[in-house]
Structures are given as structure tokens and as C-alpha cells.
Design a protein around this ligand. Structure first.
Ligand code: PAF
Length: 287
């Protein structure tokens, strides 16, 4: 595995034509979710490129940029054993040499709701850095995790509307044995918060069961999820929403494919999770 710190260095290696590239953009502190993306990128492409860059543009002034967990040595080991051929680890000064850039990529409307309303500017930062990384790496495919469902929707829209020649491959959320969606931020939970955190998955599973039993009223499902979260955790609920999977608009009735998404704040970390409800035949919830 090559470790590359500069854009010029990466472009030079990639210009030697390593074959189709599968790209996994990350902010590091790898967990099994990241490694699954890397293994799939390697399996489906001649060359797997992963990036580690804690992107300051996507953190608000009161957010956890400085606290974001980092362990480059461990990440290098894990990336190597997961099939990564090239690990791109630029410094902030390499990606943004003049400080905050003048040029941004702004994906409108679908960035206003859900995480976007609590984190203004977050998706502008994500879209900008991913656009820049795609220009540098020029992959055949980019691998993203379903856990960040809004990020998937935003980047899929950006890729399509700005004609990036890249396929977006979305991989299932990887979970701990107790259902908690894997996330680098889980490492910041206190023992007590960690014990409470599986309630997110339990609430989403309950929502799936209600949908499968024929419940179509989004408000009722949201109410049940909120109640479960309030009963089982001390977290503050940021949002629980039922939205259309394509444009993330709120739905009142669960009739088509719907994303049920939530975010909560524990004092030590903010957690998100979601589940995709597919109404294959308009009646039954598909897996
Ligand atoms: O999901 C992440 O880790 C980040 O938002 C991404 C896609 C690497 C952009 O910084």
C-alpha cells in the first residue's frame, strides 16, 4: 500500500494507469463499516484508493473538529489489510492552501432538512471536498455507507447534476452486535451512553415492524420512535423523520420507498441512524 500526502504525488501514481479505481472517501478512525467499503471497492476494481481527511469545511464553529478521533497508524494497518492500494492522507494545507476556499459546491433543497437544518454549511463542506477528491482521484466508482443517508442523497445528486463520470455505490450500514450503527464517533460515548445507544436501532426496528404490520401514518410511526428513544435514553432528540428517498421531502403516508431517519445528541456525541422501507408491492414492507 502506498501512502501519499500530496495531490501531485497522487496524480502522478494514478497517471501510470492502475486500471479502474474504486474510491472510498473517509475521515479516518476506521471501523468495520469503512473496511467493508474498502473490501468491496477492491473486489470490484483493479485499484482501491481510500482517503483520510478530516475536512474542516464540514464542521460548524461549535462542532467537534478538534475532538474528532484520529489514529493514523492504526488506520494504515487496517487499510492495508482491507485491500487498499493507495491511501491518500493530505494535510489541511494541501487541500486548502489558501485557507477557506472561495469556491464551493452547493447542493440545494435536500441539504435544508434533517442533519442539514442542525448543521448549516455541513453538506456544502462535504460536497465541496468530495468534488475536489473526485477530480483528483477520477475513480470509476465511489463507495459510501447507507448510515449517512442524507450524504448519499446529496452526493448522488451532485454527481448526476455536475456530470461526474463516477458510479455511486451505496453499501449497507454495518452494526455492532447490539445493533448500534458503527461510527467513528461511537468511541466518544461514555459507558452509560454506549449502553443506551442501541435504542436508536431498536426504535428503527420497531418502526419497520409497524410498517410491515400495515401502519402507513408517518406521524404515528414518528411518535412511537420518539417515545421509545425518550424512554430508553437520556439523549436529546434532534429529529425523527419519514422522507422520500430521492428528494428527502417529508411524507405523511408511507406508500412508496421511504427513509426513516433520526439524529440524537448525547452529551458526548451526536448519533444518526436510518432505515429504508421499501414497499415492493404497495402493501408489504420488503427487506
Ligand atoms: O462521511 C465522511 O466521512 C465524510 O463526510 C466524507 C464523505 C469523507 C467527506 O469528508
Amino acid at each position: 500500500m502506498r501512502i501519499v500526502k500530496t495531490i501531485t504525488g497522487l496524480r502522478k501514481i494514478l497517471s501510470r494507469n492502475p486500471g479502474p479505481v474504486g474510491f472510498v472517501p473517509t475521515m479516518g478512525y476506521f471501523h468495520e463499516g469503512h473496511l467493508a467499503l474498502m473490501r468491496r471497492a477492491k473486489k470490484e476494481n483493479a485499484c482501491c484508493v481510500a482517503s483520510i481527511f478530516v475536512n474542516p469545511l464540514q464542521f460548524g464553529p461549535s462542532e467537534d473538529l478538534d475532538l474528532y478521533p484520529r489514529d493514523l497508524e492504526r488506520d494504515q494497518r487496517l487499510a492495508r489489510s482491507s485491500g487498499v492500494d493507495i491511501l491518500f492522507v493530505p494535510e489541511v494545507s494541501e487541500m486548502y492552501p489558501a485557507g477557506e476556499p472561495f469556491s464551493f459546491v452547493d447542493v440545494k433543497h435536500i441539504t435544508d432538512s434533517l442533519c442539514g437544518s442542525a448543521r448549516p454549511g455541513h453538506f456544502r463542506g462535504v460536497a465541496t471536498v468530495v468534488a475536489k477528491l473526485l477530480h483528483i482521484v477520477q475513480p470509476r466508482a465511489m463507495y459510501l455507507g447507507q448510515k449517512d443517508a442524507q450524504q448519499v442523497a446529496v452526493l448522488t445528486r451532485m454527481v448526476r447534476e455536475l456530470s461526474f463520470p463516477v458510479k455511486v455505490v451505496v453499501c449497507s450500514t454495518v452494526r455492532e452486535a447490539d445493533g448500534l450503527a458503527m461510527s467513528s464517533r461511537n468511541s466518544r460515548l461514555t459507558p452509560s451512553e454506549r449502553l443506551q445507544a442501541p435504542a436508536l436501532y431498536q426504535a428503527l426496528s420497531r418502526a419497520r415492524a409497524l410498517c410491515a404490520a400495515g401502519e402507513r401514518d408517518a406521524a404515528k410511526i414518528i411518535f412511537k420512535i420518539k417515545k421509545l428513544l425518550l424512554d430508553a435514553t437520556s439523549a436529546t432528540i434532534e429529529y425523527v423523520a419519514c422522507v422520500n428517498v430521492v428528494d428527502l421531502q417529508t411524507v405523511r403516508r408511507i406508500n412508496g420507498d421511504v427513509l426513516i431517519a433520526l439524529a440524537v445528541r448525547f452529551p458526548s456525541a451526536r448519533l444518526i441512524d436510518n432505515t429504508l422501507i421499501k414497499y415492493a408491492d404497495g402493501k408489504k414492507a420488503a427487506k
